[in-house]
Ligand binder design. Structure first.
Ligand SMILES: Cc1ncc(COP(=O)(O)O)c(C=O)c1O
Length: 481
């Protein structure tokens, strides 16, 4: 006995997969939970009803029960041009027929990566004219750190081995970036590397400096603390500074003032430290520009991106670097020793070019401003009606809403994390909308990032889902008006 997979969903399972798919939904889920270790697993989640997806359509995803969800977090910030985008998929298919795969080793290049490099030069912050291709965001950051070490070594600074990162930031799952993570949940179970130094973030709504002052009167204490860290450790021991210019969904998208970003650039220049922007999450059209570096008009020495680079269709990451960095590796035996079989796969490069073409041909970044404004106006209205909303903020299409248990001031919930999880579950289960919730320093927030291809109706549907979820959460958590 059990629940049969509905006919409409069965019809979406390819014939050669059907023999492996259990008859009932219960057996299917039980097999998945007991045999497939998910990424960043949560036993609490696995003990509830696990989810299995079968099909995508535009900005929607269908689960095995046949229920339809609005993909409002763009499949973790990747499918910014929507699912099943035939204009992109046709170009990917075409590449399979021309030259499917040949590795980029030694002195071997393929046409798609040459074309993609030229295309990226057009949209990247000025001066980032050399490229190294990998398979994921983690690998891109790992490679950027290796490039910073190698550049310093080849420039005669062999003692420059330390890397600065910031509290609250996530840079991926591989070993070096796990050590360079400012969120203990991700690395507390692993030995951390003492070469990684932690600087304060610039989060003016929740300042983590010891100054008890606000932006405007604090004299940029976070910059002063960062400089103090550099001087304490010795600038001659520091190779690079990795930062996400818009910190990720985990910490609720705190937006730094221009002064901070200019200050970090100046500090790196002053002390000979290479500045690495991790734009894996925030880059590629989500911020209202191609890159957050463009929003701030600050050019890092290296910039990494992935996720939306191929619209999430094929894994690809890239490290973009200033010409002086690649040139340093082009003399004698100073070669950059790093590489992987699939890095810069032809099909992935074709997917990236097709994604850029699609965004440009449809003017999606410029058009997303109206969607972003509509969402922000809707949130202003919700904030007036809902005491649970302490504040909301956004950059382009990346939105975060911070929750409180008392109107107008921050009063934490008795069990931090529960209110955000409730709102998330309500949107998912009752309203069919996928968002994300996080708890950071005891503060609950919900985040999302609609695709550039969302319609106005989809924006309104998401606002409506949030409205209902907040009403229910206010009741459930007895939020004081
Ligand atoms: C800011 C940031 N850096 C790096 C990564 C790691 O990318 P990937 O999961 O592709 O390895 C992520 C992933 O979410 C991210 O958000």
């Amino acid at each position: 006995m059990g629940t049969k997979i509905p006919q409409a969903m069965q019809a979406c399972i390819p014939e050669n997969m059907k023999p492996f798919i259990p008859e009932t939904i219960e057996e299917l889920k039980s097999y998945a939970v007991n045999h497939i270790c998910p990424h960043y697993m949560s036993n609490a989640d696995l003990e509830r009803d696990p989810k299995v997806y079968v099909k995508s359509e535009g900005n929607y995803i269908y689960d095995v029960e046949g229920k339809k969800y609005l993909d409002s977090f763009a499949s973790i910030l990747t499918t910014m041009c929507g699912h099943n985008n035939t204009a992109i998929i046709e170009k990917i298919k075409a590449q399979f027929d021309i030259l499917d795969f040949f590795p980029n080793f030694g002195d071997h290049y393929c046409i798609p990566m040459v074309a993609l490099s030229k295309k990226l030069t057009e949209i990247a912050p000025e001066g980032l004219t050399s490229f190294f291709y990998v398979n994921s965001g983690s690998e891109a950051n790992e490679t950027a750190i290796k490039a910073a070490w190698a550049y310093q070594l080849e420039s005669g600074f062999k003692n420059r081995t330390k890397i600065i990162h910031r509290r609250g930031s996530y840079h991926g799952t591989t070993v070096a970036v796990t050590a360079a993570c400012g969120l203990p949940w991700f690395n507390e179970k692993y030995p951390t590397d003492s070469n990684m130094l932690e600087a304060p973030p610039c989060d003016c709504d929740h300042c983590q400096c010891d100054c008890s002052k606000c932006y405007g009167t604090c004299g940029m204490q976070c910059l002063k603390d960062t400089e103090e860290l550099i001087l304490k450790e010795g600038p001659e021991t520091i190779a690079g500074f990795i930062m996400d210019p818009l910190p990720g969904s985990n910490s609720g998208y705190p937006i730094a003032p221009q002064e901070y970003m200019d200050g970090i650039r100046a500090l790196c220049d002053k002390y000979g430290i290479l500045l690495i922007f991790d734009e894996i999450q925030c880059g590629f059209g989500k911020s209202g520009e191609w890159f957050v570096a463009n929003n701030y008009k600050v050019t890092p020495d290296l910039l990494t991106t992935s996720k939306a680079l191929t619209n999430g269709y094929v894994p690809l990451g890239v490290v973009m670097m200033k010409q002086k960095i690649y040139d340093r590796f082009r003399t004698g035996t100073s070669e950059f020793r790093s590489g992987s079989t699939f890095g810069g796969h032809n099909v992935a490069c074709a997917a990236a070019i097709a994604t850029i073409d699609y965004i440009q041909e449809n003017d999606l970044i410029a058009k997303s401003k109206a969607l972003s404004d509509r969402m922000a106006a809707g949130l202003d209205k919700l904030q007036k009606e809902h005491p649970i909303i302490l504040r909301h903020k956004h950059m382009g299409m990346m939105f975060s809403i911070e929750l409180t248990s008392k109107k107008g001031e921050f009063v934490p919930f008795e069990n931090p994390g529960a209110a955000g999880a409730f709102v998330n579950a309500w949107c998912y289960e009752k309203e069919g909308a996928i968002i994300r919730n996080n708890v950071y320093n005891n503060r609950d927030n919900v985040v999302y990032c609609p695709a550039l291809t969302f319609s106005e109706e989809m924006i309104d549907k998401l606002l409506d889902a949030l409205d209902k979820a907040f009403t229910a959460a206010e009741k459930e958590f007895d939020v004081k008006a």
